[in-house]
Design a protein around this ligand. Structure first.
Ligand code: MV4
Length: 455
C-alpha cells in the first residue's frame, strides 16, 4: 500500500481525498497555488507544497512543478482529483515515467475515452447503444443531408473538437441543414482550430443518466448504479440524485450490466463514469469520464462504498473487495452543488466567509472546504461545497434536503442556496418529471415573470 499520496488538486475534492487517505493511514501532500495557501486541504494534509502563483496554468496545470513536489516529498502516488490534469494523458504518462503511481486509469484509456470519435467506436464495438447519425466526420452538407435523411430530422451538428455543449447546431429541415452545417464548421474552426463536425439525431427531451463503474487490475468490474444529472444550467450540473426517478429496475440493471461488461472487456482500471442520454425508454451513449466525479457522494450514500478508498486500493493493485452480487442499493440520495454565485444572475461571488454553519443530523453530509474566515478566491470555479442527503425514499430525501439547506449558513458571499430551495418547491421536480432543459425553462419563466413585474 502507498506510504504517501500527493493530491494535485484544490478545494473540496482535495479535502475529500485527504480524508480518505487519513482513514487508510496514508500520509498526504497537498500542492497549492499562492491563492490557496489557507485552504482547508492544506491545513488538514500532513504536508503541503506551494507550486506556483494563482493562475492554474502556473500551478494546478504545472506538470513539472507537481512532479518536483512529489519527488521532493517522496510521494509514492499522485491523485489528480477532478478537472485540472485528471484526464490529461500526458500528465498520466509522465507520472508513471517518473516512478509514481497515477491513481486513475492508464494513459491509453484516458486518450481513448478523451477522443469522442474513438470512444464512440470503442463503445459501438462493445455493443453499447449510440445516438443514430454519422459514423464519423461529415465532409460537406451534401453528405450531411444524406445522413440526416437516414436518421430523420431534427439533427444536431456537433464539432469534433467541441464539448460541454459548445459547437452544436440544430437543423430541423433540409433547408436549415446547409446553413447550420457551414455555421457549425466555421464556428468550430474559429473556436477550436478544428472545423470537423459530425451529425446525430437530435434528442429533444432527454435525461442525463450516468453509470458509475469501477474496474481493477485483476479483470473484475462492477457498476454502482446510476445518477440522474438532468438538473443543469449552461452545462453545469446543479442537483444530482440517485436512483433516477425515471428508471425502472429492469432499465437500471440493463444499462448497469452493459456498462460493467464494457469496462471488463476494455480491461479498464479505476473508477469511471459512462454518460448516457435517456429518452422514451432508450439509452444513448454520450461519453465516458475517466476520473472521479463531483457528484460521486450520492452513489457512496446509497451503496455504502467509499469510491476514493476504492480508487486507491485498485491503484495499489488490490482486487475489488466486492462482486456485483454483493452490491446493495439502499434508499435515495440527492446532492445540491453549493456555488459562490448570485442565485439569480449566477455572477460569481468570491469573498470572505463571515459566518459558516453546516447542517447535520442523520443522512446529511457536507463535502466542503469552507470555514469561518476563509476567503473564497475569485480565480477558480465557483463550487465551494456539496450538500448531500440520504433517506429511505425520494420524498424523505427531498424533505431532508429542504431542512438541511434552510439550516445551512454561509454569510459574506452570495450562494445558490435560494435557487436550490426554489427548485425543491417545484411540483414537477418533486414528481421527478424533468429533463435536461427543465431548469433553464424554469429560469426563463422566472425571468419573464420578473420582467413583467418590473414593466
Ligand atoms: C446531445 C443532445 C441531444 N441530442 N446530442 C451537450 C454537451 C455534450 N455532452 C452533449 N450534449 C448534448 N448532446 C444529441 N444528439 C443534448 C445535449 C445536451 C446535454 C446533454 C447532457 C447534459 C446536459 C445537456 C444540456 C444541453 C444539451
Amino acid at each position: 500500500m502507498f506510504h504517501k499520496i500527493l493530491i494535485a488538486n484544490r478545494g473540496e475534492i482535495a479535502l475529500r481525498i485527504v480524508r480518505a487517505c487519513k482513514e487508510m493511514d496514508i500520509e498526504t501532500v497537498v500542492v497549492h497555488s499562492t491563492a490557496d495557501a489557507n485552504g482547508m486541504a492544506v491545513r488538514m494534509a500532513d504536508e503541503s507544497v506551494c507550486i506556483g502563483p494563482t493562475p492554474s496554468r502556473q500551478s494546478y496545470l504545472n506538470i513539472p512543478a507537481i512532479l518536483t513536489a512529489a519527488a521532493l516529498t517522496n510521494a509514492d502516488a499522485i491523485h489528480p482529483g477532478i478537472g485540472f490534469l485528471s484526464e490529461n494523458e500526458e500528465f498520466c504518462r509522465m507520472v508513471e515515467e517518473h516512478g509514481f503511481t497515477f491513481i486513475g486509469p492508464t494513459p491509453d484509456h484516458i486518450a481513448k475515452m478523451g477522443d469522442k470519435a474513438v470512444a464512440k467506436d470503442t463503445m459501438r464495438a462493445l455493443g453499447l447503444p449510440l445516438i443514430p447519425g454519422s459514423p464519423g466526420i461529415v465532409k460537406n452538407a451534401e453528405e450531411g443531408l444524406k445522413i440526416a435523411k437516414d436518421c430523420g430530422f431534427p439533427v444536431l451538428i456537433k464539432a469534433v473538437a467541441g464539448g460541454g455543449g459548445k459547437g452544436m447546431k440544430i437543423a430541423r429541415s433540409e433547408e436549415e441543414l446547409k446553413s447550420a452545417f457551414s455555421m457549425a464548421s466555421t464556428e468550430a474552426k474559429a473556436a477550436f482550430g478544428n472545423g470537423d463536425v459530425y451529425i446525430e439525431k437530435y434528442l429533444s427531451h432527454p435525461r442525463h443518466i450516468e453509470i458509475q463503474v469501477i474496474g481493477d487490475t485483476h479483470g473484475n468490474a462492477v457498476h454502482l448504479g446510476e445518477r440522474d444529472c438532468s438538473i443543469q444550467r449552461s452545462h453545469q450540473k446543479v442537483i444530482e440524485e440517485c436512483p433516477s426517478p425515471a428508471l425502472s429496475p429492469e432499465q437500471r440493471n440493463y444499462i448497469g450490466e452493459l456498462a460493467a461488461e464494457c469496462v471488463r472487456k476494455m480491461e479498464y482500471r479505476g473508477v469511471g463514469t459512462m454518460e448516457f442520454l435517456f429518452e422514451d425508454g432508450k439509452f444513448y451513449f454520450l461519453e465516458m469520464n475517466t476520473r472521479l466525479q463531483v457528484e460521486h457522494p450520492i452513489t457512496e450514500m446509497i451503496t455504502g462504498i467509499d469510491l476514493v478508498h476504492e480508487q486507491i486500493m485498485v491503484a495499489a493493485g488490490h482486487p475489488l473487495a466486492f462482486k456485483q452480487q454483493d452490491i446493495r442499493f439502499s434508499g435515495h440520495a440527492v446532492e445540491c452543488r453549493l456555488n459562490a454565485e448570485h442565485p439569480e444572475t449566477f455572477v460569481p461571488s468570491p469573498g470572505k466567509i463571515t459566518r459558516y454553519h453546516a447542517p447535520g443530523c442523520p443522512g446529511v453530509r457536507v463535502d466542503s472546504a469552507l470555514y469561518d474566515g476563509y476567503t473564497v478566491p475569485p480565480s477558480y470555479d465557483s463550487l465551494v461545497g456539496k450538500l448531500i442527503v440520504h433517506a429511505k425514499t425520494r420524498e424523505d430525501a427531498l424533505m431532508r434536503m429542504e431542512r438541511a439547506l434552510s439550516e445551512c449558513i454561509i454569510e459574506g458571499i452570495h450562494t445558490n442556496i435560494p435557487l436550490h430551495l426554489r427548485i425543491l418547491q417545484e411540483p414537477e421536480f418533486r414528481a421527478g418529471q424533468y429533463n435536461i432543459h427543465w431548469l433553464e425553462k424554469l429560469l426563463n419563466k422566472h425571468k419573464e415573470a420578473s420582467k413583467k413585474v418590473a414593466s
